[in-house]
Ligand binder design. Structure first.
Ligand code: 3PG
Ligand code: CO
Length: 567
């Protein structure tokens, strides 16, 4: 692999594997937040005992999982799975995509000097083509940010593009569950201001829908979402199956559409809002994608941007494998597509992007492979890319196919998450325990998705069940680690399930809370101690050097310090 590995002089000899277990979305709530804390409310005897034991042995601490600790622009930025798993795999604080976009687009005019600005935006101005901007409409700061959309729209206007059509996806997952109309209002105002300032400009909302119903699928879990969003945005078409209970699909403006959807389907909230198309007084869609138009994905985060990018990146002369792009009307010719960022640096998706992505190099997987150690990683679909793609610095695939095995357990559909809060955790656990006992791997990692995925539903009751299911799984994992004489480290990538309620209202989003770090080491004989106290703001990135140390590998100088000190 070309990476130099330094072995530790002192080691911690253990017979079994070193297991890093990420309980996705399980943070530590504030003392006054216990009422809405699914983790506290749930019966979790295994985790409680592991925590108590680790505390007694001084092998427990809290870690920072948001803001600057994971490379996000501000301390108000909550953690998320992308940056959390990047941090865990890379051991370094990397200026994240959000920050890079801010630097180039929001805090400066540097983006105007780039070749892609000329190729996409100046091109549209010169040829008088429309620019379509689609993506997540909120200031959640996980996949996108409203401030960036604002900067983009005003810079596009200043470049002289006369027609911009925005296709917003309602959020309600990284921001309050029914906050969508506030963002729609903000967007309408932003567009109206441009129209007022420049005569002859037409900046409008063309279509939209809920993010978990349109476009933003991930890891190939439900391509029908992508197809639905594509047909809505590109062809101005709503499928008949949406037109139930009086829902019309075609409306005079986004606000009217969302208000009507809410009235008819209050349970869907923003995430699952049905798709809508804005039409003129004759019922004609006002913002379909036409030949030669520019289409820009305003999301910077990769997982939920890859599939729609594949749709547009696939040459128009080829058949797109997942669905027929011309099913509704002929697929427009010569569309120019760009992402705000590059989403997958290994497979080069998308082909064009406005801002160069963070470069995440020298990740721990490279070191572990270079040391000749074998790795197993497992998660269910919703989080599979998290333990592979994000963990390895936004690179898909294996680093070394002879030494590594990554396994995916196929998830239930998204819509089942609340009804089946145990999700596929038992199946993931079974595979994990088999791998632990197999003797084939020195290094193992696993993600249990429940705390996060069920946390995003906003249902406290379901989240409590999710935590109880997770606890039962941890019990099984603990047994396997004990039997084989390995080490288990339990942590989380960010908070979510510990705040399901605020002021009596359901909360669906992540949090800025710290996450737990627990070492369960049945063969512990005082050979090392936790040294989190001596580290300046210990965070997720400090875990990497820690598991490297357990594996006998010295972490490179540029990694953040290990949480353990060998004695
Ligand atoms: C999502 O994409 O589901 C949320 O926006 C963020 O959740 P994650 O960071 O836990 O994946
Ligand atoms: Co989440």
């Amino acid at each position: 692999q070309g990476m130099k590995v330094e072995k530790l002089e002192k080691t911690i000899p253990r017979e079994g594997p070193i297991v890093t277990l990420v309980l996705d979305g399980v943070g530590i709530s504030k003392p006054d937040g216990k009422d809405g804390d699914a983790y506290i409310i749930a019966e979790t005897p295994v985790l409680d005992e592991l925590t108590a034991e680790a505390k007694a042995r001084k092998l427990f601490c809290h870690l920072k999982a948001h803001g600057s600790a994971v490379g996000l622009p501000t301390e108000d930025d909550m953690g998320n799975s992308e940056v959390g798993h990047n941090a865990l795999g890379a051991g370094q604080i990397i200026a994240q995509g959000a920050k890079l976009v801010n630097q180039l687009l929001v805090d400066s005019d540097d983006i105007l000097k780039t070749q892609n600005w000329a190729d996409f935006i100046e091109y549209a101005a010169k040829k008088d083509k429309s620019i379509h901007l689609f993506g997540l409409l909120s200031d959640g700061g996980i996949h996108s940010h409203f401030d960036q959309l604002t900067a983009l729209v005003s810079k596009i206007a200043a470049t002289g593009v006369r027609s911009v059509i925005v296709h917003p996806l309602l959020d309600g997952r990284d921001v309050p569950p029914t906050s969508g109309l506030e963002y729609i209002d903000m967007l309408e105002k932003l567009l109206e201001d441009v129209n007022k300032a420049h005569s002859g400009f037409s900046y409008r909302i063309g279509s939209g829908g809920g993010r978990m119903h349109c476009i933003m699928d991930r890891y190939g879990s439900d391509w029908s979402m992508v197809e639905r969003g594509f047909n809505t945005m590109v062809h101005g078409h709503i499928d008949e199956s949406e037109l139930v209970s009086g829902y019309k699909g075609y409306y005079c403006c986004a606000k009217a559409a969302v208000e009507h959807a809410r009235e008819l389907f209050p349970e869907k909230k923003d995430q699952y809002n049905p798709p809508f198309v804005v039409v003129d007084s004759e019922g004609k869609p006002i913002g379909m994608v036409e030949d030669g138009d520019v289409v820009i994905n305003i999301n910077y985060r990769g997982d939920r941007a890859v599939e729609i990018s594949q749709v547009f990146d696939c040459p128009e002369t080829e058949k797109f494998p997942q669905f027929d792009r011309s099913a509704i009307r002929p697929y427009p010719k010569g569309i120019k597509y760009a992402g705000l960022l590059e989403y997958d640096s290994e497979t080069k998706i998308p082909k064009s992007f406005l801002v160069p992505p963070p470069s995440i190099s020298s990740v721990s997987s490279e070191l572990i492979c270079a040391a000749g150690l074998r790795t197993y990683a497992v998660a269910e679909t919703h989080k599979f890319g998290h333990v592979s793609f994000f963990w390895n610095g936004n690179r898909s695939g294996l680093i070394d196919d002879k030494l590594e095995k990554y396994e995916e357990v196929v998830s239930y559909p998204n819509s089942e998450t609340e009804k089946k809060p145990e999700m596929k955790a038992p199946e993931v656990t079974k595979k994990l325990c088999d791998a632990i006992r197999s003797g084939k791997f020195e290094n193992i990692r696993c993600n249990l998705a429940n705390g996060d995925m069920v946390g995003h539903t906003g249902s406290l009751e379901a989240a409590v069940k999710a935590m109880e299911a997770v606890d039962a799984c941890v019990g099984e994992i603990k047994k396997a680690v004990e039997e084989t004489g390995g080490v288990l480290m339990i942590t989380a990538d960010h908070g979510n399930a510990e705040v399901m309620m605020k002021k009596g209202k359901p909360v669906t989003s992540h949090t800025c809370n710290p996450v737990p770090f627990i070492i369960f080491d049945p063969k512990f004989a005082g050979e090392y101690e936790l040294c989190a106290d001596s580290i300046d703001t210990p965070g997720l990135t400090n875990i990497t050097a820690t598991f490297l140390n357990f594996l006998g590998i010295k972490a490179p100088e540029f990694y953040r310090k290990s949480l353990i000190k060998l004695l």
